[in-house]
Design a protein around this ligand. Structure first.
Ligand code: BG6
Length: 509
């Protein structure tokens, strides 16, 4: 396939905007996220000259921080995690704009305010601030309240901005999400709150919109009349990676399904927005969440499957079972695999099952959305695929690309047919490394474009849906052990049964 590389959409989905001068204040600069993602993203944005001319980064933390040590560890993080190896010259330019301000003690936020004012004077950042919460979630509300008390949420007289970027998770259920959102909105206006779901920053996820609404050929088929079912898979080969304490309370449902997987589903199922305006797109996504069919408690075991990984072998290496992981209870009932059959009850999707699955310690890392087209109305060719040859698979990661499968005649005198695949791969078509999700998201927050961020009603609708699953699962009073699957396999037998009951099978990925 050839690609129109002059297409302006390659630069992003929206119109280009000028970046205003600004200071990014990172709460939790010494933490893992900042080291692995945010600082490398800042470096790459600086490398590409996408940051505003007048720009500064302020790190905060409650404890004492040695300036030289901090700079050395950020550089080490960038060396290790940046997609480009940092050059000394560019790193020094970034390092020069970096400062640290402790926020401990009663005067902590007033000191931060003074520090920021000083930067405005020396760097010309114009009073514009982007506050980035890269801390554990328990710190979100206290930080936001303190920002409010110090008046840091109020843009200055000259029309400067104060924006808030919030990492996931926003709450652990509907009630806690509403509570946190109320705190956020009591200090910052909703238009200034940027809730991150890093999946939305992935190039391939943004491309779902371009693919659907930038082409005339697929959209007419994108409905219950032509689509038999949809499969969405978020599979990881990694386990809980030292995050056992967090994962025990999250499980795969809160960790992946509530956010990344439902977001993918929204982009696949939404109606075309009237424009690329942030709210026009988010309005349509919310409608999908609102149309998700609830699962009655007495059907929860038929419609959903939860399981935990037992010891096994992944990528040739023996790995422990979930209950043997550090900080995980030996009696844990937390799910590391979840699969379900969901329905979007609206005109477009009536009766089309969406099979969703997410799991840790599966055989490989792969995120994919596949649309299985309906069988031909009248089967002329009796062999092979039961007339269900046509699958459109959108590979989000890795090997990013899109494939379309259709029947073809096998050359030769015999009337044999076989499915073949037409393929587009980002790597070969564009020949360049896509930016990291965090580069896009940080830049958009600096630019004031909230399209790729989660609005309050979106996050609350998705929790409402997830909460009713937990109500169903809680019905046994927490006594039934979860099914197990061997690490390195595609999940428990129950996951296969979920589709087999509908005479379908999961795609082999
Ligand atoms: C995070 C989850 O949000 O996403 C992790 O907390 C998961 O458990 C990660 O591993 C997956 O992200 P990616 O970009 O590697 O697919």
């Amino acid at each position: 396939m050839t690609i129109d590389t002059a297409n302006p959409l390659r630069a992003g989905l929206r119109q280009e905007r000028a970046a205003e001068p600004c200071t990014v204040v990172i709460f939790g600069l010494t933490g893992d996220l900042a080291q692995r993602k945010l600082v490398p993203a800042l470096y790459n944005l600086h490398h590409d000259r996408l940051l505003p001319g007048a720009f500064a980064v302020v790190g905060t933390a409650r404890g004492e921080v040695d300036d030289a040590e901090l700079r050395a560890s950020l550089r080490a993080g960038a060396d290790k995690h940046s997609r480009r190896s940092p050059s000394d010259e560019l790193w020094q330019e970034l390092d020069r704009r970096l400062s640290y301000c402790g926020t401990a003690g009663p005067d902590g936020y007033a000191a931060l305010a003074r520090h920021l004012d000083k930067i405005d004077e020396t760097e010309g950042t114009g009073g514009n601030r982007l506050f980035y919460l890269a801390t554990p979630p328990s710190a979100f509300a206290p930080i936001v309240k303190s920002l409010g008390e110090a008046g840091l949420n109020r843009p200055g007289k000259n029309g400067s901005f104060a924006r808030l970027v919030v990492e996931k998770p926003v709450g652990i259920d509907l009630e806690s999400a509403q509570k946190l959102n109320s705190v956020l909105n009591s200090v910052f206006e909703e238009k200034d709150v940027y809730r991150i779901d890093h999946y939305l920053g992935k190039e391939t996820v943004q491309n779902l919109l371009v693919f659907r609404f930038g082409n005339a050929i697929f959209e007419p088929l994108w409905n219950q009349k032509y689509i038999d079912h949809v499969q969405i898979t978020v599979s990881e080969s990694i386990g809980v990676e030292g995050r056992g304490a967090y994962f025990e309370h999250a499980g795969i449902t809160r960790d992946i399904v509530q956010n990344h997987l439902l977001q993918l589903m929204c982009l696949i199922a939404m109606e075309p927005p009237a424009s690329l305006d942030a709210d026009a797109i988010r309005d349509e996504k919310v409608k999908v969440l609102q149309a998700l069919r609830g699962i009655p408690i007495d059907r929860i075991d038929e419609e959903t499957v939860r399981a935990q990984y037992a010891a096994g072998v992944v990528n040739g290496k023996p790995v422990p079972g979930y209950r043997e992981e550090e900080s995980v209870s030996p009696e844990s009932r937390t799910e590391t695999y979840m699969a379900m059959r969901a329905y979007v009850d609206n005109w477009r999707w009536a009766g089309v099952p969406f099979y969703l699955r997410a799991g840790k310690r599966l055989p490989k890392r792969v995120t994919e959305v596949a649309l299985q087209f309906s069988a031909v109305p009248h089967r002329l060719f009796g062999h092979g695929t039961r007339g269900l040859a046509n699958t459109l698979a959108l590979r989000i990661q890795p090997d990013e690309g899109i494939t379309l499968k259709f029947e073809s005649k096998v050359p030769g005198p015999n009337p044999r047919i076989r499915p073949v695949t037409m393929e587009f791969r980002y790597g070969t078509s564009f020949g360049e490394q896509p930016p990291e999700a965090y580069e896009r998201l940080l830049l958009d927050a600096v630019l004031g474009d909230s399209t790729l961020f989660i609005r309050r009603d979106e996050v609350e609708e998705s929790w409402a849906y997830i909460d009713q699953l937990y109500r169903g699962w809680g019905q046994d009073g927490g006594v039934t052990a979860l099914p197990e699957y061997t690490a390195g396999t595609w999940g428990p037998a129950e996951g296969e049964v979920l589709l087999a009951r509908d005479s379908r099978i999961w795609r082999r990925l």
